[in-house]
Design a protein around this ligand. Structure first.
Ligand SMILES: [Zn+2]
Ligand SMILES: [Zn+2]
Length: 411
């Protein structure tokens, strides 16, 4: 469990200080409850025994009188001398991929033995805070920052839109904002407010100017589509004359042949003649061969130090499972050839497949077309009974679609 030293940013001078330091090196301000810690990615592991002892001693307690942070072994405030009494401690917070749990609701629950703090009382919330249920110092500070951000948004938006009630943004869940540990400065976050409040006036003007053009284009488009649909799909009736016939008929033939196939032992057909057998990978199975420690995140110890948090993950290995693969010969009906006949007369006939030994006919198909004369020449496929009943030169009433195809012939 590697321990690493964090940093904190002074809320008064913005100076960045070592986690071990209890006062700002820049302005001398004492580390107080406004301070939150952050861990830099490349922070080295702490090896010094004295620092390790401090890191493991527990979180700072926060003076009820002046707000100063004190090491857990002190019983009086190092800043004002006030008694520790029921002063709250900083929450110990875990952060990392997929794990984010504030410990303040039950600070003793996951602490290692011997590290249990004598005083797990919830933190005092400053009067004037909008959120009455802030989970701790960090939460309280954040809630205040959210109010700032909300107010900034409202003031920017009020030029063009009716302002939203600030109470709404203040009451929103502040949790998603706990992202960057470096943002400990007291200034309200700027960039989100700026982007949300981007001046909408020019955009509105452009929209207003082009609205008539856009509307006209849309109307023309709708009119065009409607006209195309009407002329393309409208039905009409027309008397056509039977001008000719076309036909095409096919017979598919299969042959009884020896084919080579492969199958797993156990699903080889009984009539098969086995050619060869060999072992092949049938599938793979996953065996757990142990566990692997992976770093899951860090724990803010509340005293300037951070502890790496690990998780045991199961570690698997793929194992191939072999079975017997059989190659065999077997007799099967297989597609062989198709015979075809066609003509441009009214005497459709089936082609003779001239079956030889070890062959069979499997399917027949046909396409029968009548040629019709009207304003144009049309071709239409018909079922055999209807096709055969028509006579050359015969007039037929047809339902046309769009004037370019025959939808149906009336009997
Ligand atoms: Zn400072
Ligand atoms: Zn104090």
């Amino acid at each position: 469990m590697a321990i690493r030293e964090g940093k904190w940013r002074c809320p008064y001078s913005s100076g960045v200080n070592r986690g071990a330091h209890l006062a700002c090196g820049g302005c001398g301000a004492t580390r107080d409850k406004e301070v939150t810690f952050f861990l830099e990615d490349d922070a080295p592991e702490v090896t010094d025994e004295a620092l390790l002892a401090r890191a493991r001693a527990g979180a700072d307690w926060l003076c009820n009188y002046c707000g100063a942070a004190n090491p857990p072994d002190r019983s009086q405030c190092r800043n004002c001398g006030g008694e520790r009494g029921a002063a709250p401690s900083r929450p110990v917070v875990e952060e990392g991929a997929g794990m984010r749990s504030e410990r303040s609701e039950d600070p003793l629950a996951r602490l290692p033995e011997g590290e249990a703090r004598s005083n797990p009382a919830p933190l005092v919330i400053e009067p004037g805070d909008a959120s009455g249920a802030a989970p701790g110092i960090r939460g309280a500070t954040l809630a205040r920052r959210v109010v700032y951000a909300g107010l900034a948004l409202v003031s920017l938006r009020s030029t063009s839109r009716p302002p939203r009630p600030p109470a709404r943004s203040a009451g929103m869940n502040p949790a998603p904002l706990i992202i960057e540990p470096g943002g400990a400065s007291g200034a309200p976050p700027g960039p989100p407010a700026r982007s949300a409040g981007m001046n909408p006036a020019p955009l509105a003007a452009v929209t207003r100017r082009f609205r008539p053009v856009v509307t006209t284009v849309l109307l023309l488009l709708v009119a065009f589509v409607a006209a195309a649909a009407y002329f393309g799909l409208r039905r009409s009736e027309e008397t056509l004359t039977v001008a000719g016939f076309e036909w095409e008929r096919k017979v598919a033939v299969e042959a009884w042949r020896t084919v080579r196939e492969r199958a797993w032992e156990g699903s080889v057909p009984s009539q098969a003649r086995v050619v060869s057998r060999r072992q092949e990978v049938h599938h793979t199975e996953r065996d757990q061969v142990g566990t692997r420690r992976v770093k899951a995140g860090t724990r803010d110890l509340g005293n300037g130090f951070f502890e790496d948090v690990y998780r045991d993950e199961p570690f698997y290995r793929e194992r191939p499972v072999h079975r017997t693969r059989v190659t065999y010969d077997i007799q099967r009906w297989v597609p062989d050839r198709t015979v075809q006949a066609s003509g441009q007369d009214h005497a459709a006939r089936w082609p003779d497949p001239a079956l030889r030994a070890g062959e069979r006919e499997v399917s027949r198909s046909e396409k029968l077309v009548v040629v019709l004369n009207g304003k144009r020449t049309y071709r239409m496929e018909l079922p055999e009974a209807h096709w055969a009943a028509l006579q050359p030169g015969q007039p037929v009433n047809a339902v046309m679609r769009g004037g370019w195809s025959v939808l149906e012939l009336k009997q």
